[in-house]
Design a protein around this ligand. Structure first.
Ligand code: BJ8
Length: 422
Protein backbone atom coordinates (compact mmCIF):
# COMPACT_ATOMS: atom_id res chain seq x y z
CA UNK A 1 0.00 0.00 0.00
CA UNK A 2 1.31 3.48 -0.87
CA UNK A 3 2.36 5.69 2.01
CA UNK A 4 0.34 8.91 1.96
CA UNK A 5 1.58 10.40 5.25
CA UNK A 6 3.52 13.20 3.53
CA UNK A 7 0.52 14.10 1.37
CA UNK A 8 -1.79 14.24 4.40
CA UNK A 9 0.74 16.39 6.24
CA UNK A 10 0.95 18.78 3.28
CA UNK A 11 -2.83 18.99 3.34
CA UNK A 12 -2.62 20.22 6.94
CA UNK A 13 -4.45 17.22 8.35
CA UNK A 14 -4.43 16.10 11.99
CA UNK A 15 -2.34 12.99 11.45
CA UNK A 16 -2.74 11.50 14.90
CA UNK A 17 -6.54 11.56 14.89
CA UNK A 18 -6.60 10.55 11.25
CA UNK A 19 -4.54 7.45 12.10
CA UNK A 20 -7.28 6.41 14.53
CA UNK A 21 -9.84 6.62 11.72
CA UNK A 22 -7.58 4.68 9.36
CA UNK A 23 -7.26 1.96 11.99
CA UNK A 24 -11.01 1.31 12.31
CA UNK A 25 -12.17 1.61 8.71
CA UNK A 26 -10.52 -1.55 7.32
CA UNK A 27 -11.97 -3.56 10.20
CA UNK A 28 -15.47 -2.24 9.59
CA UNK A 29 -15.12 -2.89 5.86
CA UNK A 30 -13.75 -6.39 6.38
CA UNK A 31 -16.58 -7.38 8.72
CA UNK A 32 -19.30 -5.86 6.56
CA UNK A 33 -18.07 -6.51 3.04
CA UNK A 34 -15.43 -9.15 2.82
CA UNK A 35 -17.59 -11.67 4.66
CA UNK A 36 -20.04 -11.72 1.73
CA UNK A 37 -20.02 -14.69 -0.61
CA UNK A 38 -19.97 -14.89 -4.39
CA UNK A 39 -19.38 -11.17 -4.92
CA UNK A 40 -19.04 -9.99 -8.53
CA UNK A 41 -15.42 -9.76 -9.66
CA UNK A 42 -16.08 -6.15 -10.69
CA UNK A 43 -16.27 -5.24 -7.00
CA UNK A 44 -12.49 -5.63 -6.76
CA UNK A 45 -12.12 -2.07 -8.08
CA UNK A 46 -14.39 -0.68 -5.35
CA UNK A 47 -12.64 -2.73 -2.66
CA UNK A 48 -9.35 -1.26 -3.83
CA UNK A 49 -10.76 2.29 -3.69
CA UNK A 50 -11.94 1.69 -0.11
CA UNK A 51 -8.57 0.23 0.86
CA UNK A 52 -6.96 3.50 -0.27
CA UNK A 53 -9.95 5.74 0.30
CA UNK A 54 -7.96 8.65 1.75
CA UNK A 55 -5.04 8.20 -0.57
CA UNK A 56 -5.49 7.34 -4.19
CA UNK A 57 -8.23 9.78 -5.22
CA UNK A 58 -6.97 12.75 -3.14
CA UNK A 59 -3.57 12.19 -4.79
CA UNK A 60 -5.23 12.43 -8.21
CA UNK A 61 -7.01 15.63 -7.19
CA UNK A 62 -3.72 17.14 -6.04
CA UNK A 63 -2.23 16.22 -9.41
CA UNK A 64 -5.13 18.00 -11.12
CA UNK A 65 -4.47 21.08 -8.99
CA UNK A 66 -0.80 21.02 -9.98
CA UNK A 67 -1.95 21.23 -13.58
CA UNK A 68 -4.13 24.24 -12.76
CA UNK A 69 -7.46 22.44 -12.20
CA UNK A 70 -9.72 23.22 -9.26
CA UNK A 71 -11.54 20.91 -6.85
CA UNK A 72 -15.10 21.67 -5.76
CA UNK A 73 -16.44 19.88 -2.68
CA UNK A 74 -20.21 19.36 -2.65
CA UNK A 75 -22.84 18.12 -0.20
CA UNK A 76 -25.87 17.59 -2.36
CA UNK A 77 -26.89 16.13 -5.70
CA UNK A 78 -28.40 19.46 -6.76
CA UNK A 79 -25.01 20.96 -7.58
CA UNK A 80 -24.58 20.51 -11.35
CA UNK A 81 -21.28 18.66 -11.83
CA UNK A 82 -21.50 19.38 -15.55
CA UNK A 83 -20.53 23.05 -15.09
CA UNK A 84 -17.44 22.19 -13.06
CA UNK A 85 -16.34 19.39 -15.40
CA UNK A 86 -16.79 21.72 -18.41
CA UNK A 87 -14.31 24.15 -16.84
CA UNK A 88 -11.71 21.44 -16.26
CA UNK A 89 -12.49 21.10 -12.56
CA UNK A 90 -13.31 18.08 -10.42
CA UNK A 91 -16.21 17.55 -8.07
CA UNK A 92 -15.89 15.53 -4.91
CA UNK A 93 -18.67 14.54 -2.54
CA UNK A 94 -18.16 15.60 1.07
CA UNK A 95 -21.05 14.20 3.08
CA UNK A 96 -19.81 12.59 6.27
CA UNK A 97 -21.13 9.10 6.93
CA UNK A 98 -19.26 8.10 10.07
CA UNK A 99 -19.89 8.51 13.79
CA UNK A 100 -16.13 9.13 14.06
CA UNK A 101 -16.65 12.75 12.95
CA UNK A 102 -19.80 13.51 14.95
CA UNK A 103 -18.24 14.61 18.31
CA UNK A 104 -16.01 17.11 16.48
CA UNK A 105 -19.07 18.44 14.65
CA UNK A 106 -20.93 18.83 17.93
CA UNK A 107 -18.27 21.30 19.04
CA UNK A 108 -19.57 23.80 16.50
CA UNK A 109 -23.18 22.66 16.08
CA UNK A 110 -26.08 21.85 18.41
CA UNK A 111 -26.32 18.12 19.13
CA UNK A 112 -29.96 18.00 17.96
CA UNK A 113 -29.06 18.21 14.30
CA UNK A 114 -28.77 15.41 11.76
CA UNK A 115 -25.60 13.26 11.96
CA UNK A 116 -24.79 13.86 8.30
CA UNK A 117 -24.32 17.57 8.95
CA UNK A 118 -22.47 17.04 12.23
CA UNK A 119 -20.14 14.50 10.64
CA UNK A 120 -19.45 16.77 7.66
CA UNK A 121 -18.49 19.72 9.84
CA UNK A 122 -16.58 17.40 12.15
CA UNK A 123 -14.53 16.11 9.22
CA UNK A 124 -13.74 19.69 8.16
CA UNK A 125 -12.87 21.16 11.55
CA UNK A 126 -11.15 18.03 12.84
CA UNK A 127 -8.96 17.97 9.71
CA UNK A 128 -9.37 14.23 9.36
CA UNK A 129 -10.71 13.96 5.83
CA UNK A 130 -8.43 14.67 2.85
CA UNK A 131 -11.41 15.43 0.57
CA UNK A 132 -12.35 18.40 2.73
CA UNK A 133 -8.72 19.47 2.95
CA UNK A 134 -7.99 19.19 -0.75
CA UNK A 135 -11.10 21.06 -1.96
CA UNK A 136 -10.38 24.57 -3.23
CA UNK A 137 -13.88 25.59 -2.29
CA UNK A 138 -17.14 24.11 -1.03
CA UNK A 139 -20.48 24.39 -2.78
CA UNK A 140 -23.50 24.29 -0.51
CA UNK A 141 -27.19 24.63 -1.19
CA UNK A 142 -30.32 25.84 0.57
CA UNK A 143 -32.03 22.47 0.93
CA UNK A 144 -32.64 21.88 4.64
CA UNK A 145 -32.35 24.35 7.50
CA UNK A 146 -29.51 22.47 9.16
CA UNK A 147 -27.29 22.50 6.07
CA UNK A 148 -28.18 26.10 5.24
CA UNK A 149 -27.01 27.32 8.62
CA UNK A 150 -24.03 24.96 8.75
CA UNK A 151 -22.66 26.56 5.57
CA UNK A 152 -22.37 29.85 7.46
CA UNK A 153 -20.05 28.14 9.94
CA UNK A 154 -18.08 26.35 7.21
CA UNK A 155 -17.94 29.52 5.12
CA UNK A 156 -16.27 31.40 7.94
CA UNK A 157 -13.37 28.94 7.69
CA UNK A 158 -13.18 28.11 3.97
CA UNK A 159 -14.60 29.60 0.81
CA UNK A 160 -18.18 28.27 0.51
CA UNK A 161 -20.52 29.19 -2.31
CA UNK A 162 -24.20 28.50 -1.63
CA UNK A 163 -26.75 27.80 -4.37
CA UNK A 164 -30.33 28.82 -3.65
CA UNK A 165 -32.47 25.72 -4.32
CA UNK A 166 -36.16 26.55 -4.86
CA UNK A 167 -38.54 24.85 -2.44
CA UNK A 168 -41.37 24.32 -4.93
CA UNK A 169 -41.55 23.04 -8.52
CA UNK A 170 -43.57 25.67 -10.37
CA UNK A 171 -42.43 27.03 -13.75
CA UNK A 172 -41.02 30.09 -11.96
CA UNK A 173 -38.95 27.80 -9.71
CA UNK A 174 -37.44 26.02 -12.70
CA UNK A 175 -36.62 29.46 -14.16
CA UNK A 176 -35.09 30.50 -10.82
CA UNK A 177 -32.91 27.35 -10.68
CA UNK A 178 -31.77 28.04 -14.23
CA UNK A 179 -30.66 31.51 -13.09
CA UNK A 180 -28.87 29.95 -10.11
CA UNK A 181 -27.01 27.59 -12.45
CA UNK A 182 -25.96 30.56 -14.61
CA UNK A 183 -24.67 32.39 -11.50
CA UNK A 184 -22.84 29.24 -10.40
CA UNK A 185 -21.27 29.07 -13.86
CA UNK A 186 -19.90 32.62 -13.35
CA UNK A 187 -18.44 31.50 -10.02
CA UNK A 188 -16.87 28.38 -11.55
CA UNK A 189 -15.38 30.43 -14.39
CA UNK A 190 -13.89 32.88 -11.88
CA UNK A 191 -12.48 30.09 -9.71
CA UNK A 192 -11.04 27.99 -12.54
CA UNK A 193 -10.05 30.87 -14.84
CA UNK A 194 -11.65 28.94 -17.70
CA UNK A 195 -14.41 30.10 -19.96
CA UNK A 196 -17.58 28.02 -20.07
CA UNK A 197 -18.54 27.50 -23.70
CA UNK A 198 -21.39 25.72 -25.45
CA UNK A 199 -18.80 23.16 -26.63
CA UNK A 200 -17.23 22.30 -23.29
CA UNK A 201 -20.59 22.29 -21.48
CA UNK A 202 -22.16 20.03 -24.12
CA UNK A 203 -19.24 17.62 -23.74
CA UNK A 204 -19.56 17.65 -19.95
CA UNK A 205 -23.30 17.01 -20.19
CA UNK A 206 -22.56 13.95 -22.34
CA UNK A 207 -19.92 12.73 -19.86
CA UNK A 208 -22.20 12.98 -16.84
CA UNK A 209 -25.11 11.44 -18.74
CA UNK A 210 -22.88 8.49 -19.62
CA UNK A 211 -22.05 8.08 -15.95
CA UNK A 212 -25.78 8.15 -15.13
CA UNK A 213 -26.50 5.51 -17.78
CA UNK A 214 -23.76 3.22 -16.46
CA UNK A 215 -24.99 3.41 -12.87
CA UNK A 216 -28.54 2.84 -14.12
CA UNK A 217 -27.42 -0.37 -15.86
CA UNK A 218 -26.23 -1.81 -12.54
CA UNK A 219 -29.55 -0.91 -10.96
CA UNK A 220 -31.43 -2.43 -13.90
CA UNK A 221 -29.65 -5.72 -13.20
CA UNK A 222 -30.91 -5.61 -9.61
CA UNK A 223 -34.44 -6.09 -10.89
CA UNK A 224 -33.65 -9.76 -11.64
CA UNK A 225 -34.52 -12.62 -9.31
CA UNK A 226 -32.16 -14.07 -8.17
CA UNK A 227 -30.46 -10.70 -7.78
CA UNK A 228 -26.87 -10.79 -9.10
CA UNK A 229 -25.37 -8.27 -6.63
CA UNK A 230 -25.92 -7.54 -2.97
CA UNK A 231 -27.42 -4.27 -1.81
CA UNK A 232 -24.25 -3.56 0.13
CA UNK A 233 -22.11 -3.84 -2.99
CA UNK A 234 -24.44 -1.69 -5.08
CA UNK A 235 -24.48 0.90 -2.31
CA UNK A 236 -20.68 0.94 -2.23
CA UNK A 237 -20.55 1.56 -5.99
CA UNK A 238 -22.93 4.50 -5.54
CA UNK A 239 -21.04 5.96 -2.60
CA UNK A 240 -17.77 5.86 -4.54
CA UNK A 241 -19.44 7.46 -7.58
CA UNK A 242 -19.58 10.72 -5.62
CA UNK A 243 -15.79 10.85 -5.37
CA UNK A 244 -14.53 9.28 -8.55
CA UNK A 245 -13.59 10.73 -11.89
CA UNK A 246 -16.84 10.57 -13.93
CA UNK A 247 -15.32 8.83 -16.96
CA UNK A 248 -13.69 6.09 -14.87
CA UNK A 249 -16.86 5.82 -12.79
CA UNK A 250 -18.86 5.05 -15.95
CA UNK A 251 -16.24 2.62 -17.20
CA UNK A 252 -16.15 0.63 -13.96
CA UNK A 253 -19.94 0.62 -13.54
CA UNK A 254 -20.36 -0.56 -17.14
CA UNK A 255 -17.86 -3.34 -16.52
CA UNK A 256 -19.75 -4.38 -13.41
CA UNK A 257 -23.05 -4.22 -15.31
CA UNK A 258 -21.63 -6.49 -18.06
CA UNK A 259 -20.77 -9.06 -15.43
CA UNK A 260 -24.17 -8.78 -13.73
CA UNK A 261 -25.96 -9.22 -17.06
CA UNK A 262 -23.94 -12.39 -17.68
CA UNK A 263 -24.92 -13.63 -14.23
CA UNK A 264 -28.56 -12.99 -15.01
CA UNK A 265 -28.25 -14.96 -18.24
CA UNK A 266 -26.83 -17.88 -16.27
CA UNK A 267 -29.55 -17.47 -13.62
CA UNK A 268 -26.85 -16.85 -11.02
CA UNK A 269 -27.53 -14.75 -7.94
CA UNK A 270 -25.76 -13.67 -4.74
CA UNK A 271 -28.72 -15.05 -2.80
CA UNK A 272 -31.21 -17.78 -3.78
CA UNK A 273 -34.22 -16.85 -5.92
CA UNK A 274 -37.15 -15.96 -3.75
CA UNK A 275 -35.07 -14.24 -1.03
CA UNK A 276 -37.17 -11.38 0.37
CA UNK A 277 -36.45 -8.21 -1.57
CA UNK A 278 -36.28 -4.81 0.11
CA UNK A 279 -36.37 -1.30 -1.30
CA UNK A 280 -34.86 1.24 1.02
CA UNK A 281 -35.86 4.91 0.80
CA UNK A 282 -35.08 8.05 2.76
CA UNK A 283 -32.08 10.15 3.71
CA UNK A 284 -28.74 9.51 1.96
CA UNK A 285 -26.28 6.87 3.15
CA UNK A 286 -22.89 8.55 2.88
CA UNK A 287 -19.76 6.40 2.96
CA UNK A 288 -19.01 4.52 5.28
CA UNK A 289 -22.62 4.26 6.47
CA UNK A 290 -23.42 0.61 5.69
CA UNK A 291 -25.31 -0.05 8.90
CA UNK A 292 -28.86 -0.64 7.62
CA UNK A 293 -27.86 -2.61 4.54
CA UNK A 294 -25.72 -4.86 6.69
CA UNK A 295 -28.52 -5.44 9.19
CA UNK A 296 -31.06 -6.18 6.44
CA UNK A 297 -28.75 -8.49 4.53
CA UNK A 298 -27.79 -10.45 7.64
CA UNK A 299 -31.49 -10.83 8.54
CA UNK A 300 -32.43 -13.05 5.61
CA UNK A 301 -33.36 -10.36 3.07
CA UNK A 302 -31.59 -8.53 0.24
CA UNK A 303 -31.70 -4.84 -0.68
CA UNK A 304 -32.51 -4.45 -4.38
CA UNK A 305 -32.99 -0.70 -4.69
CA UNK A 306 -32.25 2.57 -2.88
CA UNK A 307 -34.67 5.41 -3.58
CA UNK A 308 -32.35 8.01 -2.13
CA UNK A 309 -29.62 10.39 -3.24
CA UNK A 310 -27.05 7.62 -2.79
CA UNK A 311 -29.25 5.61 -5.14
CA UNK A 312 -31.73 6.25 -7.91
CA UNK A 313 -32.02 10.01 -7.35
CA UNK A 314 -28.39 10.37 -8.36
CA UNK A 315 -28.71 8.90 -11.83
CA UNK A 316 -32.38 8.91 -12.87
CA UNK A 317 -33.30 11.51 -15.51
CA UNK A 318 -30.68 12.53 -18.02
CA UNK A 319 -29.96 16.10 -19.11
CA UNK A 320 -31.45 16.71 -22.56
CA UNK A 321 -28.53 16.86 -25.02
CA UNK A 322 -30.43 18.74 -27.74
CA UNK A 323 -29.51 22.33 -26.81
CA UNK A 324 -26.69 24.14 -28.64
CA UNK A 325 -26.48 27.39 -26.69
CA UNK A 326 -25.37 27.95 -23.11
CA UNK A 327 -28.80 29.36 -22.31
CA UNK A 328 -30.51 26.26 -23.70
CA UNK A 329 -28.16 24.01 -21.72
CA UNK A 330 -28.81 25.89 -18.47
CA UNK A 331 -32.51 25.32 -19.12
CA UNK A 332 -31.95 21.61 -19.76
CA UNK A 333 -29.82 21.33 -16.61
CA UNK A 334 -32.45 23.10 -14.55
CA UNK A 335 -35.22 20.85 -15.83
CA UNK A 336 -33.23 17.71 -15.05
CA UNK A 337 -32.08 18.71 -11.57
CA UNK A 338 -35.54 19.94 -10.59
CA UNK A 339 -36.87 16.43 -11.25
CA UNK A 340 -35.08 15.30 -8.09
CA UNK A 341 -37.73 14.50 -5.50
CA UNK A 342 -35.86 15.57 -2.36
CA UNK A 343 -38.10 16.04 0.66
CA UNK A 344 -37.03 19.70 0.76
CA UNK A 345 -39.77 20.40 -1.83
CA UNK A 346 -43.33 21.17 -0.92
CA UNK A 347 -45.45 19.47 -1.97
CA UNK A 348 -43.40 16.44 -2.94
CA UNK A 349 -45.73 13.80 -4.37
CA UNK A 350 -43.06 12.70 -6.87
CA UNK A 351 -41.04 10.85 -4.24
CA UNK A 352 -44.01 8.79 -3.15
CA UNK A 353 -44.89 8.01 -6.78
CA UNK A 354 -41.25 7.00 -7.37
CA UNK A 355 -41.19 4.65 -4.38
CA UNK A 356 -44.43 2.96 -5.45
CA UNK A 357 -43.24 2.68 -9.06
CA UNK A 358 -39.83 1.28 -8.08
CA UNK A 359 -41.34 -1.13 -5.55
CA UNK A 360 -43.11 -2.71 -8.52
CA UNK A 361 -40.23 -2.48 -11.00
CA UNK A 362 -37.77 -4.09 -8.58
CA UNK A 363 -40.39 -6.67 -7.47
CA UNK A 364 -39.90 -5.84 -3.82
CA UNK A 365 -41.56 -7.62 -0.92
CA UNK A 366 -41.28 -4.67 1.43
CA UNK A 367 -40.05 -1.09 1.79
CA UNK A 368 -37.87 0.26 4.60
CA UNK A 369 -38.22 4.01 5.03
CA UNK A 370 -35.01 4.98 6.77
CA UNK A 371 -34.53 8.32 8.30
CA UNK A 372 -31.51 9.93 9.89
CA UNK A 373 -32.34 11.29 13.33
CA UNK A 374 -33.33 14.96 13.35
CA UNK A 375 -34.09 15.09 9.63
CA UNK A 376 -37.50 16.73 9.82
CA UNK A 377 -38.04 16.76 6.05
CA UNK A 378 -37.98 13.00 5.56
CA UNK A 379 -39.55 12.33 8.96
CA UNK A 380 -42.67 14.29 8.03
CA UNK A 381 -43.03 12.45 4.71
CA UNK A 382 -43.10 9.11 6.54
CA UNK A 383 -46.88 9.21 7.08
CA UNK A 384 -47.93 9.93 3.50
CA UNK A 385 -45.44 7.41 2.15
CA UNK A 386 -46.70 4.68 4.49
CA UNK A 387 -50.31 5.47 3.49
CA UNK A 388 -49.53 5.28 -0.23
CA UNK A 389 -47.71 1.96 0.20
CA UNK A 390 -50.53 0.55 2.32
CA UNK A 391 -52.98 1.42 -0.43
CA UNK A 392 -50.85 -0.63 -2.85
CA UNK A 393 -50.60 -3.50 -0.39
CA UNK A 394 -46.81 -3.04 -0.03
CA UNK A 395 -45.54 -3.59 3.54
CA UNK A 396 -43.48 -0.71 4.93
CA UNK A 397 -41.27 -0.36 7.98
CA UNK A 398 -40.28 3.13 9.14
CA UNK A 399 -36.95 3.37 10.96
CA UNK A 400 -35.02 6.20 12.48
CA UNK A 401 -31.36 5.90 13.29
CA UNK A 402 -28.04 7.72 13.35
CA UNK A 403 -24.43 6.67 12.86
CA UNK A 404 -23.86 5.26 16.36
CA UNK A 405 -23.99 1.50 16.79
CA UNK A 406 -25.88 1.41 20.08
CA UNK A 407 -29.28 0.84 18.43
CA UNK A 408 -28.03 -1.96 16.14
CA UNK A 409 -29.54 -4.82 18.14
CA UNK A 410 -32.88 -3.07 18.51
CA UNK A 411 -32.91 -2.41 14.76
CA UNK A 412 -31.96 -5.99 14.06
CA UNK A 413 -34.98 -7.20 16.04
CA UNK A 414 -37.35 -4.88 14.19
CA UNK A 415 -35.90 -5.67 10.76
CA UNK A 416 -35.90 -9.40 11.52
CA UNK A 417 -39.58 -9.28 12.53
CA UNK A 418 -40.43 -7.28 9.40
CA UNK A 419 -38.64 -9.71 7.07
CA UNK A 420 -40.29 -12.62 8.83
CA UNK A 421 -43.78 -11.33 8.14
CA UNK A 422 -43.15 -10.58 4.43
S1 BJ8 B 1 -31.23 16.35 -2.65
S2 BJ8 B 1 -31.68 14.39 0.33
S3 BJ8 B 1 -28.44 15.25 -0.92
S4 BJ8 B 1 -30.61 17.74 0.51
S5 BJ8 B 1 -30.51 14.08 6.11
S6 BJ8 B 1 -28.65 17.07 5.70
S7 BJ8 B 1 -31.95 16.81 4.34
S8 BJ8 B 1 -31.41 17.04 7.85
S9 BJ8 B 1 -29.06 15.21 2.77
FE1 BJ8 B 1 -29.93 15.67 0.81
FE2 BJ8 B 1 -29.60 17.08 -1.38
FE3 BJ8 B 1 -32.04 16.42 -0.55
FE4 BJ8 B 1 -30.44 14.60 -1.56
FE5 BJ8 B 1 -30.71 17.86 5.88
FE6 BJ8 B 1 -32.10 15.64 6.21
FE7 BJ8 B 1 -29.67 15.82 7.20
FE8 BJ8 B 1 -30.04 15.72 4.58
Amino acid sequence: MTDYQAMWEDLGMDLETHDQLCAVLPMAFGDTYLTQENRPEGMAFYDFVVSEIHGVRPAELIELQKQGGKVFGTFCVFVPDEVVVACGGAVTGLCGGSQFWVPEGEKVLPSGICPLIKASLGAHFGKTCPYFSVADMYVGETTCDGKKKAYEILGADKKTYVMDVPQMKRAKDIAAWKDEIALFADEVEAETGKELTAENLAAAIRTINEKRRALARVFEARKADPVPISGKDALLMMQIAFFDDPVRCAEMANKLADELEERIERGEGVVPAGTKRILITGTPLAIPNWKLHHLIETSGAVVVCEEMCTGTRYFENEVDEGADTLDGMFQALSERYMKNNCACFTPNPGRIEDVVRMAKEYQVDGVIDANLKFCTLYDVEKGSLADALAEEGIPCLGLETDYADNDAEQLRTRIGAFVEML
